[in-house]
Design a protein around this ligand. Structure first.
Ligand SMILES: C[S@@+](CC[C@H](N)C(=O)[O-])C[C@H]1O[C@@H](n2cnc3c(N)ncnc32)[C@H](O)[C@@H]1O
Length: 428
């Protein structure tokens, strides 16, 4: 079976979590192609794509690849597919489950950004539409926005393409074109609810988008029912997302208002998503001495051990314009001290091989240029080494990845001065 995964905007993070989740699920895969837009894999068994789609914060769509068509480098995509989309083929392989007026959409993804594809979705869509109309089928075509090659998940969902027809996807390389259809799309409405409908939101504190929290949770490679700690839990984004993934979650924060907010949010979240109360524990604690709370939870047999830490600690002050270098240095110094004490304390309960996934501030100096914490001594001196977000065996064939020299990935948003550097440590 061949599948393609359409990656989110921060594609390095999307790819990192996807590879880790496939690994945890024990799925043996061969990577056929990878680009900043899509990963194409072959798997010896069929995948539970609904489950994977829900699990992956950074994957926009999962496609089933139906055929691979050869292409000469100089050929346009529509030229190489001119004899492919026969009405009989479309009806058997793409649109076979639809009834009533068919609605179909078309998206193009690229394996090489230099391939010229402007206008291709429209040309291909019109060609398919005409062929089917001539064969007596009534249908409606949904096309990407003028300046885009692909349909947003909103469009696929609102136009009921998966229920009433199909989204036909073309993943084009220089010498091959993969043709398939969308099996699942990310449930953007549910992510919106998980973020904006929470009773407590706190922009000042800086909240993790639920999708990113999910991606970070996936990076630790835990199994369902493992226990994960967020010792800087704020209003509880990691706690809700982890509990939804069936992990046992522990959330602590030094600020009692934050914990009160987490409690309210988790109560709302628990009711909505049917999370049992024993799935999470919240308390006020300084992250530098969180082991006391862990010991207490072990004593009352609420947990056996902590398998991993996933957290977004304080990043320091937020800025609307680039701060002075001295301010950045002072913050780096403060954070190094804070995390040194935290890592020392984590060693009281984390076992060898346990992972910590966390965020550090990355000050955006220019396009793809960041000032990052200069030293990771706070971790290495406590016996924690970094692990690259993408394993070396994959990274060496993926030149498009944006992995920093120390194996981390930056999650940033347009116009953001302080971005998040996502880093993985492993206890030695
Ligand atoms: C960036 S916020 C975390 C936001 C959280 N990820 C969320 O989505 O709500 C950082 C949190 O760290 C907490 N904090 C700061 N210093 C701490 C310490 N020494 N121990 C525990 N929590 C601390 C703050 O109260 C704040 O809630």
């Amino acid at each position: 079976m061949t599948y393609a995964f359409v990656l989110g905007r921060v594609y390095t993070l999307s790819l990192a979590e996807l590879l880790e989740v496939l690994n945890v699920y024990g799925t043996s895969i061969t990577i056929l192609e990878a680009s900043f837009e899509a990963l194409i894999i072959q798997s010896d068994k069929s995948l539970d794509v609904e489950k994977l789609q829900k699990k992956l914060g950074g994957v926009i769509k999962i496609l089933k690849i139906i055929d691979v068509v050869k292409k000469r480098e100089q050929d346009s995509i529509n030229f190489c597919l001119q004899n492919y989309f026969k009405p009989s083929k479309l009806k058997t392989d793409y649109l076979k489950n639809s009834s009533g007026k068919i609605q179909f959409g078309i998206s193009v993804y690229l394996l090489d950004p230099t391939i010229r594809a402007f206008g291709e979705p429209k040309r291909l869509g019109m060609y398919i539409k005409r062929g089917l109309q001539d064969a007596g089928t009534s249908l409606r075509l949904v096309l990407p926005e003028y300046n885009s090659l692909s349909l947003a998940s909103v469009s696929v969902t609102h136009n009921l393409l998966l229920q009433k027809g199909a989204e036909i996807c073309i993943v084009a390389g220089n010498t091959k074109v993969y043709v398939g259809k969308t099996l699942t799309v990310q449930d953007f409405e549910d992510y919106g609810r998980r973020d904006y409908q929470r009773p407590i939101r706190d922009e000042q504190r800086g909240m993790m988008p639920p999708k990113v929290a999910q991606s970070m949770l996936n990076l630790v490679g835990c199994k369902a029912t493992d226990t994960i700690l967020d010792p800087f839990c704020g209003i509880g984004t990691f706690i809700q997302e982890g509990a939804l993934q069936d992990y046992k979650m522990i959330g602590t924060d030094i600020d009692k208002q934050a914990i009160a907010g987490s409690e309210k949010n988790l109560e709302w979240f628990g009711n909505r998503y049917k999370i049992p109360k024993g799935k999470y524990h919240l308390d006020i604690s300084d992250a530098r001495s969180v082991s006391k709370f862990i010991t207490h939870l072990k004593e009352i047999k609420a947990i056996n051990k902590v398998n991993a830490v996933v957290t977004e600690g304080t990043l320091g002050p937020m800025y609307s314009k680039f701060p002075k270098v001295e301010e950045i240095d002072a913050n780096f110094k403060f954070l190094a001290g804070l995390y040194k004490s935290c890592f020392e304390d984590f060693s009281n309960f984390l076992l060898k091989g346990s992972k910590i996934v966390m965020c550090l501030p990355a000050y955006k100096k220019g396009q793809n240029e960041y000032m990052m914490l200069p030293s990771l001594d706070f971790a290495t001196s406590n016996g924690y080494n970094t692990v690259s977000v993408i394993p070396e065996k994959y990274a060496k064939n993926m030149a498009f990845l944006r992995v920093s020299p120390r194996g981390t990935v930056i999650y940033d948003r347009k116009d953001q001065i302080v971005a998040r550097e996502i880093i993985i440590f492993e206890k030695q």
